[in-house]
Write a protein that binds this ligand. Structure first.
Ligand code: NAD
Ligand code: ZN
Ligand code: ZN
Length: 344
């Protein structure tokens, strides 16, 4: 085993990532070392590299929280996984395990949570340090590149749909049909919901149709709230906003049916105005949703292992990361780019 690895590092916010040769880290007691096979590129990685959010990562850092790989070494005392296992190193890198949120399987909001590719180095590197208690266990016949998007885009859209509490036969509106949304459409259909897909790009909407969406609305043309209200006969019982655009949030509340729930998962920096009277008088719930628990992860992966959900992926080498970020920023990635660590 060589002693160095390639990694794409954010050295300054809003500047291209720097491809570096770094020492392969050694797992401390309780940690594992994962040899990366694949890592999806999430829009969150772009927010991280731009320093978009109030809580900023400490520079320099290696982004990536959809890393899939093989356990290559164990730190002292590790029993939860063994060498050779295929695992995913997700956004929820670790949590305390004993606070009120951890006890309630709400570990993403643990005050001591660490986030992969954000507060600790992530998967844009040939090796990743991970906490074996929080890795995703990749089902045997899921191929690593196809599994990568599931451990963030998949779990987040799946959990977000659950949080809408929409029931089989009801309407869900999914706004933003990119990495998260194209999986959300598939989860929603597998859960028996009718999907109305909203995006600003005709190509993304055509893709939603191919995936089984019952209706599509282009938010750039006409009044998308009226269009959704008409299609769904009064708004979505559930609405899931994945779009990294503030305009989509205000529209999402307007697309929600009376007594419906609008779940926010997209994270563009900033705030959006809430139509207070409409929310109160229509008894609308607005709730945030942040990835999911380890139980949600296992469920999200099981849908894919059962053939009900499949990520559409484009493979690129790690060295292409800056070009991929550029495309992601401009909405030019069809669904999800996955970095392929066999490519150079
Ligand atoms: P993406 O770039 O792959 O997809 C975004 C999609 O939104 C694109 O299809 C784009 O065309 C569409 N879009 C842009 N503006 C729109 C608008 N006004 N209305 C409707 N659609 C619009 O991004 P992604 O990787 O799917 O991530 C989406 C967002 O979700 C990001 O902000 C990311 O940080 C966030 N995210 C949140 C969580 C969480 O736990 N809450 C997890 C992962 C990602
Ligand atoms: Zn993500
Ligand atoms: Zn905790």
């Amino acid at each position: 085993m060589s002693r160095t690895m390639h990694a794409a590092v954010v050295e300054k916010f809003r500047e291209p990532l720097v491809l570096k040769e770094l020492p392969i880290p050694t797992p401390a007691a309780g940690q594992i070392l994962v040899k990366t096979e694949a890592c999806g590129v999430c829009h969150t990685d772009l927010h991280a590299a731009r320093g978009d959010w109030p809580l900023k990562p400490t520079l320099p850092f290696t982004p990536g929280h959809e890393g899939i790989g093989i356990v290559a070494a164990l730190g002292a005392g590790v029993t939860a996984v063994k060498e050779g296992d295929r695992v995913g190193v997700p956004w929820l890198f670790s949590a305390c395990g004993h606070c009120e949120y951890c006890l309630a399987a709400r570990e993403p909001v643990c005050p001591s949570a660490q986030f992969g590719g954000y507060t600790v180095n992530g998967g844009f590197a040939e090796y990743i340090i991970a906490d074996p208690s929080y890795v995703a266990h990749i089902p045997a016949h899921l191929e690593p590149h196809a599994a990568a998007p599931l451990i963030c885009a998949g779990i987040t859209s799946y959990k977000g749909i659950k949080e809408t509490q929409a029931r089989p036969g009801e309407w869900i509106v999914i706004s933003g049909i990119g990495g998260l949304g194209h999986l959300g459409v598939q989860y929603a259909i597998a859960m028996g919901l009718q999907v109305c897909a909203v995006d600003v790009d005709e190509g993304k909407l055509a893709h939603a149709k191919r995936l089984g969406a019952s209706a599509t609305v282009n938010a750039k043309t006409g009044d998308p709230i009226t269009a959704v209200q008409k299609i769904t006969g009064g708004g979505g019982h559930g609405v899931l906003i994945t779009a990294p655009s503030l305009g989509a949030f205000k529209q999402g509340v307007g697309m929600t049916r009376k007594w419906g729930t609008c779940v926010l998962v997209g994270l563009p920096p900033g705030d959006f105005p809430t139509p207070l009277f409409d929310v109160v008088a229509n008894c609308i719930s607005i709730r945030g949703s942040f990835v999911g628990s380890r139980g949600d992860m296992a469920e999200a992966l099981a849908f894919a292992a059962g053939g009900k959900v499949k990520a559409d992926i484009e493979l690129q080498p790690l060295s292409a990361i800056n070009a991929v970020f550029e495309r992601l920023e401009h909405g030019d990635v069809p669904s999800r780019v996955v970095l392929d660590f066999a490519k150079h």
